[in-house]
Design a protein around this ligand. Sequence first.
Ligand code: UD1
Ligand code: CA
Length: 453
Amino acid sequence: MSLAVVTLAAGKGSRMKSPLPKVLHTLAGKPMLGHVLAAASALPEAAQHVVIGHGAEQVKAMFADSGVTWALQSEQKGTGHAVAQALPAIADTAVVLVLYGDVPLIRTETLEKLTAIAASGALGLLTVTLEDPAGYGRIIRNSNGAVQAIVEHKDATEAQRAVQEVNTGIMAVPAALLKKWLPLLSADNAQGEYYLTDIIAMAVADGVVVEALQPASASEVEGVNDRIQLARLERIYQAQLAEALMAGGVALADPARLDIRGTLTCGQDVFIDVGCIFEGDVVLEDGVRIGAYNVVRNSRIGAGVEVESFCHIEDARVAAAASVGPYARLRPGADLAEGARVGNFCEVKKSVIGRGSKVNHLTYIGDAVIGEGANIGAGTITCNYDGVNKFRTEIGDGAFIGSNSSLVAPVSVGAGATVAAGSVVTKDVADGELAVARGKQRNISGWQRPVKD
Ligand code: UD1
Ligand code: CA
């Protein structure tokens, strides 16, 4: 069986009140459509088709490298019409799985079961039972419990509206049957649309078995029409991620105060305090402790590292037993060796901080290589930029940079060298030398301060 996944994403999403097409709004940092495609791509041999309309160019551009076959539905004439736009590119022998770009939490396991039904020649339909079914298509069953039809809310009688089992819209159907049924749809209904749901009655009339299946959780089939629903699903999804982390042995101070927008991989005995955000691919090795209110993006934090509160860490590597923060910023290319320390109000960019070296207070280190066991005093600045070009600073093992020094790159300070506090270093300092580069102190005795008249 080949599988053709058809994801509908042509709708406008006007209730988002946004120029961005609805399916590009993000959940856990990823467009909703991306979640749907990811769930479907885990199915064996899945070819992805996406029906686009509103914001088609923007959607295509965002998923340019995804291998999706696009079908344009320039006018939204209903879900049946939408699926029909994708059919010409699909073989008769395929199974078609219909998904929705605004139903982001659907799980692969559920889709596997549904496609298995269609692979046997039946129609697999995903339904849920809701406390309040208003607005949804109702599942109409006969006295034997067999599904007979779906009736849209607007077309339903009072008795039909009492039915609480509703259509999620997600279904799996043999392509040959869809190709037979879709041209037979009529728009003669309350909304004047070609309803995909009308194929259920056609299946029954043709003696095709309709098998209804329920998802493990109702959140899998919840759609997003506005930002309130999107935020609700975000919380549900984040809770699932937090539970998976805890099940894997991670200690979370509060599973409700953690956001993961990407992949967070943790070793043993990792602790994460409240208010942290992890983006992209982040690895926290064994025993890492992340303090409160940290943002960590695409970084690897080594075993036993403590990241104290309020740090911003991006595209950085922190080796084992190093310490970071509070209030540190590690920018792309920051590379802290084992046991290095970067403390409060320090910024490090594209620089190596050698083993055991300390950059503890109010410092900017950019385009620098610092050796082992060096001490960078408070307020040290690597002047790496002349307004056009960037230059490197090298600081040797065991060097001591006095407070409030400016190191004007390109410049090097040798191993064991010392820079006196308040220096502006423009010339290389050899190993073991002391550089003093500041105005000489002059004391004037008998000095009278000005006085007010
Ligand atoms: C649809 C189902 C309904 C089900 C509900 C679940 C139909 C006729 N009804 O109703 O039984 O309970 O979903 O949420 O199928 N879309 C297009 N092109 C179109 C029309 C829709 O791409 O021409 C897309 C929309 O962007 C949306 C999805 O299909 O993502 C559902 O369309 P919508 O009009 O919201 O269907 P409902 O009225 O909610
Ligand atoms: Ca809808």
